[in-house]
Design a protein around this ligand. Sequence first.
Ligand code: ATP
Ligand code: MG
Length: 426
Amino acid sequence: MKTQFTRLRGMQDQVLGSVAPWQQLERSVQQAMHAYGYGEMRTPLLERTSLFKRSIGESTDIVEKEMYTFADRNDELLTLRPENTAGCVRAAIENGLLQPGSVSRVWYSGPMFRYERPQLGRLRQFHQTGAEVYGLAGPEIEAELILLSARLWRELGIGDAVQLEINTLGDADDRAVYRDKLVAYFSEHADELDEDSQRRLERNPLRILDSKNPAMQDLIASAPALRDSLSEASLAHFDQLKALLLGAGITPIENSRLVRGLDYYSHTVFEWTTDKLGSQSAVCAGGRYDGLMEQMGAKNMPGVGWAFGMERVIALMEALEVTHERATPDVFVMVTDEVSSADSLALAEWVRKLVPGHSVLHNTIAGSLKSQFRKADKSGATVALVVGSQEQADGTVTLKPLLGGGEQGTVARSDLLTYLERLLLP
Ligand code: ATP
Ligand code: MG
């Protein structure tokens, strides 16, 4: 139906059946986070613009061109969160989580907003689930976070379709050394730089390495490697992480061009990628961000985390046909003219108490049994129940299995639970 109002470009409705894989994913996320001892954080979708500028960095794609920013009625500049590492750190500081010596493991899930060109796998309102750990500086916690994500992929049935890529950016000192080398190299080749890269040369030369412009790739490939500027300690951190991952059965691909688009990373950065989703191949991304807390006004404290795009994970689940949630009722309660609607309503209530956790749909509208059976079949329910005047008088229920054959029959109310339990076995 044509309507006067349509949803905004790059934003999606999830309607009825399409919500099922989301619920499956959300359940697996909750289980995995619980299994690793991570606690949930729920923060506002709207934050001060300055929060994102300060944390993500002024010269990043997100802050330069992707944020939904507006002035509210009081002329305060606000932004719909484009990611949630900044919001979580803000909340952790504000709620006193970041005490010296303390460790917090947190996770979140929800909508993010970026003004990008909408295309397959790229939306303006999309959703991320993320995990963050504050207070641990060693590579063990990076390994734990990566194992947590790997377990989730396995649980969801997409483990074989994703590959871990890792790199190290070293610490701030390493990067200062490297930055100078890069500026020297790219300045020598200034005439080969595209417009974006020219702008980045002064402000954020590392981001040139992140360019997706095909014309820039040769120049980038010959640039000095960050590896050669890393200190012994940084290299040791990275080697330890790789050893921990290998020991846990995860073989990462080292990708020295992986720099990530945000300014706050240091040491380890990583991405889970797939070749099953066309050009939007990044499923999950993360890294260490020591220095962010201090940048945001807290005491210096290490941090590390990742976030995955829920739409992309669901697209992968659908491509691999591993979704299994059904948005259908289990029991369909019919309504006959022979008994009062109060009676059929009471029957449905009673059945809900008998088989908690199952979905019991009360048809509400009386009609011919034939049309109600048709509707029950269409609903995908496992079993239909009918109570007419005879059943009412006898204290029985007529029960018809709708899936997998099975005879229609009339059973005593006291036996109904036994029948339903057998029929509703998963
Ligand atoms: P990309 O290179 O695809 O733009 P990104 O580096 O901007 O990704 P991050 O900010 O690291 O992405 O976000 C983590 C994950 O969130 C991505 O790997 C991706 O799965 C998902 N994601 C990011 N932007 C979008 C978007 N506009 N629509 C859908 N998913 C997105
Ligand atoms: Mg992006």
